[in-house]
Design a protein around this ligand. Structure first.
Ligand code: KG4
Ligand code: ZN
Length: 330
C-alpha cells in the first residue's frame, strides 16, 4: 500500500492506495476554507499552522495500514512553500522510520491522475486543468510525456472566481458561490469583454475581465449599492465571458489536435456551467469528455496516491534527505 499526503494549499489530505488493485482504501481531507473565508483567500502562515495540527490527526487514522506500507508519497510542487513543507516533513519522517521509499509528486500531474482513480481512462488525452493556481491545456501522451499547449498569462480560472467573489463580499472559495448565484442571474445584463477575443494568441488571461467586473461594481455603488439580483446578474455575466474565453481558445487547439479524448480537471472542473460548455464543444469536434468524480476535482491525496502508483512501478524514488519544495505560483 502507498500512503499519500497532500498539503499544497488549504486542504490537509491523506490517502491509502492498494498497489495491486489500485483501489483507494482510505481517503480523508480536512479543508481550511472556513478559517480563510474572512480573509477572502488563503493566508499561507495560517494554512501552515493548521496543517501542523490536522496532518498528524489524519495520520493517526491510517495506523491500521502502517505495517503494509510499501511507499510514502507527498506533493512537493507547485504550491505554497510553507504548507508543502508540512506534508514533506511528515512524509520524510515516515519514509526514514519505516525504511520505505519516498515519492515526490507534482500536484498538477496529480490532478491529471484524478481521472484514473475510479476508472482506467486511456491515454493519450487532451486535458484542461483549471484550478486555483493554474489554467492550462496539456497534451498527455504518457506518464512521462506531457506538454503544455496553452497556459495562463495572469489570474487562473479558480483565482478569478475567488477574486470576483471577494470584490462582491461573497466569501471564499468563490467558485461554488458564483456558480450558484449565476443560476438566478441574467448573463446578458452586463456586457463584459471576452479576453483575447481578437487575438491569435493561444493563451488564457483573466485579469482584464476581473477589472471589468470591478468597474461594474463601482458603477453600482460598491458592494453596499448592490442588490442580491445585481450580484446574481454580475456572477452570470462574468461566468459567461469566462466560458466564452475558455471555449474560444480551446477550439483553436481542438482544430489541430487529433486526440479523441478530452478531460477537465482541477477544482474549477466541478463547475457544471463550464462542464456543459465543454460537453457541447466535444460534441462539435466528436471528442469524448472525461471528468473526475466530484470529490476528486478539488485538492485531495487520492490523486497524489494514484500518480504515485505509477511512479512506484517505475521506481521513481527520492532520497528523504534530498526532497525539497519547488515553489512556483500556486
Ligand atoms: O484544484 P483546487 O482545489 O486547488 C488548487 O490546486 O488550486 O482548486 C481550487 C479552486 C478555487 O479557486 C475555487 O474557487 C475553485 O477551484 N472552484 C470552482 C468551483 N469549485 C471550486 N470554480 C468554479 N466553479 C466551481 N464550482
Ligand atoms: Zn490543486
Amino acid at each position: 500500500m502507498i500512503l499519500s499526503i497532500e498539503s499544497s494549499c488549504d486542504d490537509s489530505s491523506l490517502a491509502i492506495t492498494e498497489i495491486a488493485t489500485k483501489k483507494v482504501l482510505f481517503h480523508k481531507k480536512i479543508s481550511q476554507e472556513a478559517e480563510h473565508a474572512c480573509y477572502g483567500g488563503v493566508v499561507p502562515e495560517l494554512a501552515s499552522r493548521l496543517h501542523a495540527v490536522t496532518l498528524p490527526k489524519l495520520l493517526e487514522e491510517t495506523k491500521p495500514y502502517f505495517d503494509k506500507l510499501k511507499a510514502v508519497a507527498v506533493t512537493n510542487q507547485p504550491g505554497l512553500g510553507v504548507t508543502l513543507l508540512e506534508g514533506i516533513a511528515m512524509a520524510k519522517t515516515i519514509a526514514s522510520l519505516q525504511k520505505i521509499p519516498l515519492i515526490a509528486v507534482h500536484h498538477l500531474k496529480g490532478h491529471i491522475y484524478s481521472l484514473f482513480i475510479e476508472k482506467e481512462t486511456t491515454l493519450p488525452l487532451l486535458v484542461l486543468l483549471i484550478s486555483g493556481g493554474h489554467t492550462q491545456i496539456i497534451r498527455v501522451e504518457s506518464f512521462e510525456r506531457m506538454e503544455i499547449l496553452a497556459t495562463s498569462m495572469d489570474d487562473s480560472v479558480g483565482e478569478s472566481y475567488d477574486k470576483v467573489a471577494k470584490m462582491m463580499g461573497l466569501g471564499y472559495p468563490g467558485g461554488p458561490i458564483i456558480e450558484s448565484l449565476a443560476l438566478n442571474g441574467d448573463e446578458d445584463r452586463f456586457d463584459l469583454p471576452v479576453p483575447l477575443r481578437n487575438s491569435k494568441l493561444i493563451a488564457f488571461s483573466l485579469s482584464g475581465l476581473k477589472n471589468a467586473v470591478r468597474l461594474e461594481i463601482e458603477k453600482l455603488g460598491g458592494i453596499e449599492g448592490m442588490s442580491k439580483q445585481d450580484k446574481c446578474d454580475l456572477s452570470a455575466s462574468f461566468q459567461k465571458a469566462l466560458k466564452l474565453h475558455l471555449v474560444q481558445k480551446s477550439k483553436k487547439i481542438f482544430k489541430s489536435e487529433t486526440i479523441k479524448d478530452f478531460a477537465i480537471v482541477g477544482g474549477a472542473s466541478a463547475n457544471k456551467y463550464i462542464r456543459e460548455a465543454y460537453q457541447n464543444l466535444c460534441n462539435e469536434f466528436d471528442k469524448t469528455l472525461h471528468v473526475a468524480p466530484l470529490q476528486y476535482c478539488s485538492d485531495n491525496a487520492a490523486m497524489i496516491g494514484r500518480f504515485a502508483l505509477e511512479a512506484y512501478q517505475k521506481k521513481q524514488f527520492i532520497d528523504p534527505y534530498e526532497i525539497d519544495v519547488v515553489v512556483t505560483k500556486k
